[in-house]
Write a protein that binds this ligand. Sequence first.
Ligand SMILES: [Zn+2]
Length: 315
Amino acid sequence: MNAKSTILISAVVLSFSVHGGERDIQHNYPLEKLSANVYVIHGPNEEVTEQNQGFRNNPVVITTEKGAIIVDPGSSVYTGEMVVRKLKEVSEKPVIAVINSHGHGDHWLGNHGVKKHFPDVSIYSHPLMKKSIETNGGEMWIKAINQRSNNAIEGTQVVAPNKTVNEGDEMDFGNITLRVYYKGKAHSDGDIMLEVVQEKVFLFGDVLRVENISPFMASLNGNLAALDIGEKTGANIFVPGHGKSGDKRLINTYRKFLQSLKAEVKNNFESGLNDFEMKPKIIKAMNGYKDWSGLDENIGRLINLVYLEVEEESF
Ligand SMILES: [Zn+2]
């Protein structure tokens, strides 16, 4: 089965109805086992649409002696509640921690759904992510996803992280240790990556994407460096922020995409073209990636960002 037919089937199991003016949205995607204690829900690998109701990331569940952990519970109160529901299929323990990989709303707005069931849950992120939500209020993410999904996440509230973790921290959950990596700007300003040490699983957040192109990039060089860090941990299962989990080949493929994009921008920059002038040429040159989600919509913004970085390097 190819990726596209999987998405179609997943969308069918999604139910949606309106009760007395309140939205009752039940996402229902399977929880897949990756290792003894790590599970993932692979969300639709596509942009936000009315049909996917804003759900498009990969929430992760980790079961430990001390309780359950959820990483990136999705884009709404509804996806957060789905993750809690699915978690109950594999563990009766309460959720003791939520960890947010970075500040983009499709990953953390689901905090609300977890908090509804576990009001005392600790929610962790990098300090820069926590600060950005405290500064901009996070409401912009609710607005942006509602606009693209016909208000599918209405009812979702901002629930910001209340604790922080940083490079080198180890979170001890008894049988499970989570090692935290932060290597500066990569996909965003405040990406953390997590190694599930005992199970050789590495959670990249959006530093790794599979057949999916984001409009966001804080630093292409930083993103490449962060990919190397994850690869060197000795983990053998890698979970991307979007797209199916897998082995090292995922890292190689995404690295190659980033390197090709940089090379294209650099060549055109050296021929004296502006970022908007090079866009059609680069789309043509990157034709091998035309089936990746978001290429047409997002490549222009990525070119802008990489252009600035290439320009800076040339001084
Ligand atoms: Zn994302």
